[in-house]
Design a protein around this ligand. Structure first.
Ligand code: DC
Length: 266
C-alpha cells in the first residue's frame, strides 16, 4: 500500500492481509517452504518478471501464500496511474506531467490471496483497471522515465524489510537488483493470449484482438528505451509454455527453497 505523499508503503501493516495472517489463516500447503522460512529466520525478496499473460500474478500470489509473504502487482500501479490519466484527460505522451499526476494521486494496493485490490483515491478500481483502454494506456505511461522513477521509488519502499513477492517487468533489473530470488517467467505469445482470454472471459474483445494487443504490448515493453522488459542476468528462466500451473509453482518453490537453504547455511 502506498500513496502519493511519498509515505512508505507497508502492505503488511495495512488493513489487508499481513504475511502472518496468510500463514495462520490459510496454512501454506508446502511444508518445505514454511520450514525453510522459519529456519532461515530471514524474509527475502522474490522478484518475478515476464511478459503479459505469462502467469506472473498467479505465481506471485501462490508463492506469497506458501511462504507467508506479501504479493505486489507492480503493473497495477501503472494501470492505476493510466486510469487517472484517462479520467483527467492527461496526455499519455507527457512524461513529466504524468509523473506529477502520479505524485498528486493516491494509489493503494491491498494484497489479497486472490490478487491485489487497487484503490485510487479510496475508490476500488480493481476491475476497472483491467479494461482495454486502461491496459493500452498503462503500456504507454510506462515508457516515460520520470514515471518509472516515481514507480521504482515507491516499489522499493515496499520491499525494504523483505518478505515480499513483487511481479512486473523490471523488478529483478531495476527495482530490486539485489533480490535474493529472481524468476523470469515466459511462454509462447499464443499460449499467453489464450490464458489472458480465459482469465477475463468477460472481455468484450475477440480472441484474435486479445492476441494482437498482447503482441503490441510485448513489443512496446521490450523495446522501450528505459527499463525494457528483459531478464536480469542472474534470473532463473521458467518457460511455462508446456507446464501446468502446479509444475511452474513446484519449480519456483524449488528455486526459493534452495535460496533459503543457502542463506541458512551461510
Ligand atoms: O503486468 P501488467 O499487465 O498489469 O502491467 C501493465 C503495464 O505496466 C504493462 O504494459 C507494462 C507496465 N509495467 C512496467 O512497465 N513495469 C512494471 N514493473 C510493471 C508493469
Amino acid at each position: 500500500m502506498f500513496n502519493a505523499d511519498g509515505g512508505k508503503a507497508n502492505p503488511a501493516s495495512s488493513n489487508s492481509h499481513s504475511p502472518d495472517e496468510h500463514s495462520s489463516n490459510e496454512r501454506p500447503s508446502s511444508k518445505s517452504g514454511t520450514e525453510s522460512r522459519a529456519l532461515s529466520g530471514r524474509k527475502i525478496v522474490i522478484a518475478i518478471d515476464g511478459p503479459a499473460g505469462s502467469g506472473k500474478s498467479t505465481l506471485a500470489a501462490l508463492l506469497a501464500r506458501k511462504y507467508g509473504y506479501v504479493n505486489i502487482e507492480s503493473g497495477a500501479m501503472y494501470r492505476a496511474l493510466a486510469l487517472k490519466a484517462i479520467e483527467t484527460s492527461a496526455s499519455l505522451d507527457d512524461g513529466p506531467a504524468l509523473a506529477a499526476l502520479a505524485q498528486a494521486s493516491q494509489i493503494e494496493l491491498q494484497p489479497r490471496p486472490e490478487g491485489n485490490r487497487v484503490l485510487l483515491a479510496a475508490r476500488d478500481v480493481t476491475e476497472r483497471i483491467r479494461q482495454k483502454d486502461v491496459t493500452d494506456a498503462a503500456s504507454k505511461v510506462s515508457v516515460h522515465p520520470p514515471v518509472r522513477e516515481w514507480m521504482v521509488d515507491h516499489q522499493r519502499a515496499m520491499g525494504t524489510d523483505g518478505g515480499i513477492v513483487m511481479e512486473g517487468r523490471d523488478i529483478g533489473t531495476k527495482v530490486f537488483p539485489s533480490a535474493e530470488v529472481k524468476i523470469f517467467l515466459d511462454a509462447d505469445p499464443e499460449i499467453r493470449g489464450n490464458r489472458r482470454f480465459q482469465q477475463h472471459p468477460a472481455l468484450s474483445e475477440k480472441k484474435a484482438a486479445v492476441l494482437t494487443e498482447l503482441r503490441e504490448r510485448d513489443q512496446r515493453d521490450r523495446t522501450r528505451a528505459n527499463s525494457p522488459l528483459e531478464p536480469a542476468a542472474d534470473a532463473v528462466h521458467i518457460d511455462s509454455t508446456h507446464l501446468t500451473l502446479e509444475q511452474v509453482t513446484e519449480r519456483a518453490m524449488q528455486i526459493v527453497d534452495a535460496k533459503l537453504a543457502e542463506i541458512r547455511n551461510r
